[in-house]
Design a protein around this ligand. Structure first.
Ligand code: MG
Length: 340
């Protein structure tokens, strides 16, 4: 450790050694923020289970930079797992989180991350009930990595899957696309572009709840994270063995995101979102679903962007703004590393 570092203000290897300093770190950061009756000092949380089915998922978060306009890695780590549960129609109940922290990471930043996690978990109605902290030597990890695992209660009568899209379904997106990817791109300062773009990062259980309250006949819900909406459309076309027709003019894109994409030659459909869902439901259900979405805080600009067809299974055909038909290019390699 550098001699000019005050050891009380930075994470040290001793904080990860399991002794007194580890207990101090847990008290100061994690117990201070995550405190709830299920978050105990025991080896595992003991939780009641209702009858029915649970959804269970896990995700690692290594976003760089670890803070960005609209959020930080803590908020993102809760949203990612909450949203994966929500996509299955599951009410998020419990979360665990495991931190790998680089030696020398400022404690004040760790507290900001924990505070963002708590705030987001509260909004999603999920309890953080278990955690782990490891400290890696300087340079062995970049700032902080977080893995969250979540359990949710499936809603009776709701069964969604990427394999359930059917010809005649409307394809809905719950808001404007590409914000998170665009935000991270700009936050890295690799381009001389000054644009006011904020990540769409948000916990979406409330959004899903409003949809399933409006209609139980929803076939697919998927969060458009890495790879964006374009990648999700190809995944669903493949899993369900259907074709998708997309109307390019109907895809909501914020003017600032469109501007940045224009300058860099990027397709907003392939930029990551962290607060947007792609939803497939019978066209007859779409008006009720859209009406519910448009009342929500994260889905006011929800729109129907296309439809499912029996033709060209596995392919996404886009009608461009001038009326031409073209194949949406297949998702390529990783556009941006460490986006989430
Ligand atoms: Mg997902």
């Amino acid at each position: 450790m550098d001699n000019n570092m005050n050891s009380s203000e930075f994470v040290t290897l001793a904080h990860g050694a399991g002794g007194r300093q580890t207990a101090e770190l847990i008290d100061r950061v994690f117990k201070a923020h995550f405190s709830n009756p299920d978050f105990t000092g025991d080896d595992a949380a003991v939780l009641p289970v209702d009858a029915g089915k649970i959804a269970f998922t896990t995700d690692g978060f290594i976003v760089s930079p670890f803070e960005f306009p609209g959020g930080n890695i803590g908020k993102l780590s809760i949203c990612g797992t909450v949203n994966d549960l929500a996509c299955m129609g599951a009410k998020p109940l419990y979360l665990s989180c495991a931190f790998v922290i680089e030696e020398g990471f400022p404690l004040a930043k760790l507290e900001e991350i924990a505070a963002a996690m708590k705030k987001t978990a509260d909004e999603a109605g999920v309890r953080i009930v278990a955690g782990d902290t490891k400290v890696a030597g300087k340079g062995q990890v970049d700032h902080v990595f977080i893995t969250t695992t979540g359990v949710g209660q499936l809603t009776e009568g709701v069964r969604t899957s990427g394999a359930f899209a059917r010809p005649g379904d409307a394809v809905i997106v719950t808001g404007d696309v590409g914000r998170h990817g665009c935000t991270i791109l700009l936050a890295r300062n690799e381009f001389e572009i000054d644009a006011d773009v904020t990540s769409d990062c948000a916990p979406l259980w409330g959004t899903v709840k409003s949809m399933i309250d409006a209609s139980r006949d929803i076939h697919v819900i998927r969060d458009a994270t890495r790879g964006g909406v374009g990648t999700v459309l190809y995944e669903i076309a493949d899993q369900s063995k259907v074709g998708i027709r997309l109307n390019s003019a109907d895809v909501p894109v914020a003017p600032e995101v469109r501007g940045v994409c224009g300058m860099l030659g990027l397709e907003p459909l392939y930029l990551a979102c962290e607060g947007r869902l792609v939803v497939f439901a019978p066209k007859s259900e779409a008006p009720a679903i859209l009406e519910a979405l448009r009342k929500g805080p994260y889905s006011a600009s929800a729109a129907i962007i296309g439809e499912v067809v029996a033709d060209h299974p596995g392919k996404v055909v886009m009608t461009t703004e001038i009326g031409a038909q073209s194949l949406l290019p297949q998702p390529g390699g990783e556009l941006l590393p460490r986006i989430c």
